[in-house]
Design a protein around this ligand. Structure first.
Ligand code: HSE
Length: 293
């Protein structure tokens, strides 16, 4: 049996809209094993237990890419990444399926090749890159339509708290709410801030993170879809942290420097929003891993 473990991912990081993403220490896993039936899927709602399952679709895509016939498969999912909350639940499915198939055939594909396939399925690389590689990744599609990813190691002193509301935000709605154009001054603002933020994350420079993370491209529009955005932000700021919308939301991710501040955010979140989930997380350094059991 092959077990693939994939970290949750947090895209955008404020000013890195559609290009920056980091992997965090919240994990889901999928077991792949031979079956005497064509397909069995366990560990997900009934409507996902069929050929349209994204994990299976990604597995099939990789088999086709490798010119291998699709084996009879038993898929067992243990998912801890909430759906439609901006924590990379679809990236988890895609990366698990691709990596599961690649390992099934003795891993002929590199992580860079898996990233190309994953981006074809997902449509953009910002979540799938950190799901594969771990850490912070800055990605873009180049002039030949190839995906380029730059890896940064985030300073280990930084700690993260994800605040997961008890309501989802639809990615379609979160994209439709954005303006179609942006001005030169805003573009200049974003470029400078995003480059500075990458360095600040590598250096663990929370002061610079707080200045550079402030986005003008999507958060001012998307915060309207998260009615508790301002209150959640206040909780993070009172604990010496900063906060951004993870992916297209609804999760908000706080960045702090101490365990005490992380605990303060969790405590305050539980008091103010008893139905939310809040987890103290760290950067995931490895990305998706596999194990033969
Ligand atoms: N970057 C995407 C967005 C979501 O903000 O719409 C994550 O891929």
């Amino acid at each position: 049996m092959i077990r693939i473990k994939v970290p949750a991912t947090s895209a955008n990081i404020g000013v890195g809209f559609d290009c920056m993403g980091l992997a965090v220490s919240l994990y889901s896993s999928v077991d792949f094993e031979e079956s005497n039936r064509r397909l069995e899927i366990y560990g997900c709602p009934k409507n996902f237990r069929n050929e349209n399952n994204l994990i299976y679709q990604a597995f099939v895509k990789c088999c086709n890419f490798l010119n291998q016939s699709i084996p009879n498969l038993k898929i067992t999912i243990e998912n801890n990444i909430p759906l439609s909350r901006g924590l990379g639940s679809s990236a988890f499915c895609i990366v698990a399926g691709l990596k599961g198939a690649n390992d099934w055939f003795d891993a002929p594909l590199s992580n860079d090749q898996l990233l190309e396939l994953a981006t074809e399925i997902e449509g953009h690389p910002d979540n799938v890159a950190p799901a594969i590689f771990g850490q912070l990744n800055v990605s873009f599609t180049d002039e030949n339509s190839d995906v380029q990813t730059v890896h940064y190691n985030v300073d280990g002193s930084l700690q993260f708290v994800c605040l997961i509301p008890d309501y989802p935000v639809s990615t379609d709605q979160a994209r439709n709410i954005l303006p179609k154009e942006m001005s030169y001054p805003t573009a200049v603002y974003q470029v400078g801030h995003a480059i500075a933020l990458s360095k600040a994350l590598v250096d663990g420079n929370l002061k610079l993170i707080k200045h550079s993370i402030i986005d003008q491209m999507h958060e001012p529009y998307r915060k309207k879809l998260i009615p508790d955005y301002d209150k959640a932000k206040g909780i993070c700021q009172q604990a010496n942290g900063t906060m951004y919308i993870s992916g297209s939301g609804s999760t908000m991710m706080a960045i702090v420097k101490t365990q005490k501040d992380a605990e303060k955010i969790i405590q305050q979140t539980k008091t103010s929003f008893p139905n939310w989930q809040a987890y103290h997380l760290h950067i995931d350094a490895k990305g998706a891993t596999s194990e033969v059991i």
